[in-house]
Design a binder for this molecule. Structure first.
Ligand code: HEC
Length: 155
């Protein structure tokens, strides 16, 4: 059985070889992208960024127009007219039959209230009749709110 012993010895030799091999220490280099979400360049005009957001909000508002008008003189429809809604008391338009829940909510629509309401209307105002139209993406809500905020300025 010479062959068997020979192979066994070879296997042992190989095992010894690999176990005694001293692996080079592995250096871990963690690459972080610095400034991936950096603030806009110092020379960027913040007004431009604001206009972009308003433009994005105008497009995103398309999902609201089925129920809401934003024209200053337009009547309320399936939902109340939202012209100049920022800073207005919730449920304040005379030409819309609001829910008691919204009307007695005590909210004065600041941007933070709008953000929370648009994320989950029925959580913020349990009993609201705005049963659809929630926007889950925060950046989309921010754009819509910037757009709504800009409306009063144009008059
Ligand atoms: C399916 C129709 C519908 C859609 C779509 C809808 N809403 Fe509404 N919205 C309503 C109704 C109805 C109310 C009144 C709720 C109440 O009285 O409880 C309302 C109320 C509001 C109010 C409070 C207004 C006030 O005068 O107090 C805001 C702000 C608002 N909606 C924003 C939006 C925005 C922004 C969108 C789109 C992202 C949207 N809604 C989509 C039906 C809708």
């Amino acid at each position: 059985m010479k062959t068997g012993i020979g192979l066994g010895a070879l296997a042992l030799a190989l095992a010894a070889c690999s176990s005694s091999a001293n692996p080079e220490p592995v250096e871990q280099i963690i690459v972080r992208e610095i400034g991936a979400e950096a603030a806009p360049a110092a020379d960027a005009d913040p007004a431009d960024a604001g206009e972009d957001l308003v433009a994005a909000g105008r497009s995103a508002f398309a999902v609201c127009t089925g129920c809401h008008s934003v024209d200053a003189d337009a009547p309320s429809a399936a939902g109340p007219n939202l012209f100049d809604v920022v800073g207005r008391e919730a449920g304040a338009r005379d030409d819309f039959a609001y829910s008691d829940a919204l009307q007695s909510s005590g909210i004065v629509w600041a941007e933070g209230d709008l953000d929370a309401f648009l994320a989950a209307p029925m959580d913020v105002v349990p009993g609201t009749t705005m049963v659809s139209g929630a926007i889950s993406a925060p950046e989309q809500r921010a754009a819509i709110i910037a757009y709504l905020s800009s409306l009063g300025d144009e008059s």
